[in-house]
Design a protein. Structure first.
Length: 154
């Protein structure tokens, strides 16, 4: 099992592994650049988010500072997501955020403390909006669920 496979499966791994550490430092340098942008540099922020995140849809906005131990490398944002100041994501594995989600200021999502599925142990959790919008009207979507076995996690 590779070190990346261990990281994403919840197995113990050495985070100071040379290649893994260097890869993480590149991500954190990009995160630093994002957090140093001026308020009027919206196009630069958008370009940096596209570089930093695993995927990011239309209409997404994150107000700096943003904190993530992998700089967003394993974060998947759908579309029209807004994160107020001080969003913290522990993105040592994949985090999925659905359309029309909003994060209030100083919101954090710990990756291993609460996102491991109680049923199958997967760390791949999806977050859906805690409110109904035009896009989700009429659907009964849960706030969060395991992408492997479907168990509701919150």
């Amino acid at each position: 099992m590779t070190i990346q496979e261990k990281m994403h499966s919840g197995e113990l791994y050495l985070p100071m592994d040379g290649a893994l550490f260097q890869e993480q430092m590149v991500c954190l340098d990009c995160l630093y650049d994002f957090n140093q942008t001026r308020p009027a540099e919206l196009a630069r922020r958008e370009a940096l988010l596209r570089e930093m995140f695993a995927e990011i849809g239309e209409g997404c906005c994150i107000e700096p500072p943003f904190h993530a131990n992998w700089g967003g490398r394993h974060v998947h944002f759908s579309s029209h997501i807004y994160a107020n100041f001080n969003l913290t994501l522990v993105d040592g594995t994949h985090i999925y955020v659905e359309d029309y989600t909003q994060f209030g200021p100083t919101w954090w999502w710990p990756q291993r403390a609460t996102t491991c599925c109680r049923s199958c142990g997967s760390g791949d959790i999806s977050i859906t909006p805690p409110f109904t919008s035009a896009a989700t009207a009429g659907s009964a979507r849960e706030p969060s669920w395991c992408l492997v076995c479907g168990l509701r996690t919150m």
